[in-house]
Design a protein around this ligand. Sequence first.
Ligand code: SF4
Length: 315
Amino acid sequence: MEASVEVREDLRGYRMEMLPADLRAHTISVSLLASNFCPTDRNVYVERVLRAGHQRTEEWPSIAGREIHSMLQLLHAFAQRSVKDFASAHRSLRNFDIRKTVMEFADDHIAEVCERLRADEKCYRRQINRLKVQLQQIASFEALAVAALLNYRIARTGMAARTLPQEMDTLFDFRAIEQQLHAGWLGLTEPVTPDFLYRRSVIGDIKTGQVDAGPGGLFELTCTAYAVAWERVYGEPIDWGVILHVSHSQRRNVPLYGESQIYRLDTKARIRLQLKLEHKLCLIRDGQDPGYPADRERCGGCVYETVCYPEGEEQ
Ligand code: SF4
């Protein structure tokens, strides 16, 4: 990420012009903006013009994805905090055991998640047990990674406890972002909430499930929207986007991050974001039905299928 990224200056969030008021009046969420499973974007028409929503109850993959997402954010925020607490309470590093501290925190959190999900009749015990294993794998992997890196530095430098937070900040210049960004000027529904910021130059999101990695795909659009919103609020350039993609395999005992992606948020990516915003916001403003995909098979299994084809009616 040391390579330079070309960005036309007027496409930086702090220089970008506001969208025209008639478009901004119909803000769209980042997830609806970036969605591209419907070839005609009829899902936008259904959600925002018909205001019909989809009729399925929330499915297990999105419930599990939300728990994985929140676990990763909590773990990193907790590790940062506990290193600071240790350094302010101890002069020696003799009893420093970040792996154990993080695992204790994770075990409590996982127990709370499982108890909550067991009380929800939509969730099956088998699914919850599987998720429990996945959360334990994530916790164990992350705790071990943090401990290994910090212990390596301690072993190499012989540092004192008071310098631990500084070392942690250097090794993990990675912040779970809690603040919510103002982006109504861009036509985005507020708040816009990226998941993390790395070295104040990389913005990112945690995803599970389907991979949509190409130019103009869900992942790139999401990172670009976050970057532009961050630039506007903080006046700092963000050139890179990262999607931390988490999945699991029954044949592995660690989480799989192999589908994670890095994006250059360059001029082309920003133009793709602007075009997508204009296209979807025009669709909402004009309220015109964009029609159905030529290939009916594209609709099979879509969450909007029962809305687009009521009672199996063909269009
Ligand atoms: S059912 Fe078909 S037309 Fe409707 S939103 Fe899904 S993909 Fe688009």
